[in-house]
Design a binder for this molecule. Structure first.
Ligand SMILES: [Zn+2]
Length: 213
């Protein structure tokens, strides 16, 4: 909250918990808001019932090709708010787009020939990511909560049958059921954080970023 209160622009990514933050900041001070989640054809989340996000999948920032759309929103907002540093923003935007293209190529190479590869995750955050690279995710959580014992048993059976060795969790959620499944299949729990550095990415510390130009 302290960092957010220093921000002059907030780039929203369209996740439900942001609304609470944004209301709190708006009460404290005036800030500009940039919505980076517009202009998408958000797909209905097949697993919406298993998370608490509603029907449309909000996790656009986990697929490099989709992040390019977000980056363009950020770029346009910066040009509007800070026209005096146009060339700096243009150079940074170009550099960032190149990094996204390289990452996309790298991921395509990693997942080449692995179409349909299924991975087990606690929270279904990887819908757009798996679509971009021809993979599949199977979520453990049920309506934002740990699954019931029957569902857990089904998942263990399914995991064994499909020879899944790693169960992925993210630090924001409980890893209890993931550990139960991993133990039952003799596999491991892998940590992967879809919100890593997002706190910084969405909070542009305006004056500091200007100083760096
Ligand atoms: Zn989520």
């Amino acid at each position: 909250m302290t960092a957010l209160l220093k921000a002059e622009i907030y780039f929203a990514i369209g996740v439900p918990f942001e609304n609470v933050w944004l209301k709190k900041i708006a009460m404290e001070r005036h800030y500009r808001r940039g919505d980076t989640h517009v202009g998408y054809n958000k797909t209905e989340d097949k697993y919406a019932k298993r998370s608490d996000h509603g029907i449309k999948d909000p996790h656009i920032w986990l697929s490099p090709p989709l992040v390019k759309i977000q980056a363009r929103h950020v770029f346009n907002a910066l040009l509007f708010a800070d026209p005096g540093h146009r060339s700096g923003h243009e150079a940074n935007f170009k550099k960032f787009m190149e990094r996204l293209d390289n990452l996309d190529e790298e991921l395509k190479a990693i997942f080449k020939g692995k179409t349909g590869l299924l991975f087990l995750v606690f929270h279904p955050a990887w819908g757009y990511f798996v679509k971009s690279y021809g993979l599949m995710q199977l979520p453990i959580e049920a309506e934002g909560k740990e699954p019931k014992p029957t569902r857990l048993r089904e998942l263990i059976e399914y995991t064994k049958k499909n020879n899944i060795r790693v169960v992925f969790v993210q630090p924001q959620f409980s890893s209890k059921s993931a550990k139960i499944i991993a133990n039952a299949i003799g596999g491991q729990v892998g940590f992967v954080d879809p919100l890593h550095r997002i706190g910084w990415a969405i909070c542009v510390r305006w004056r500091e970023s200007l100083r760096q130009l």
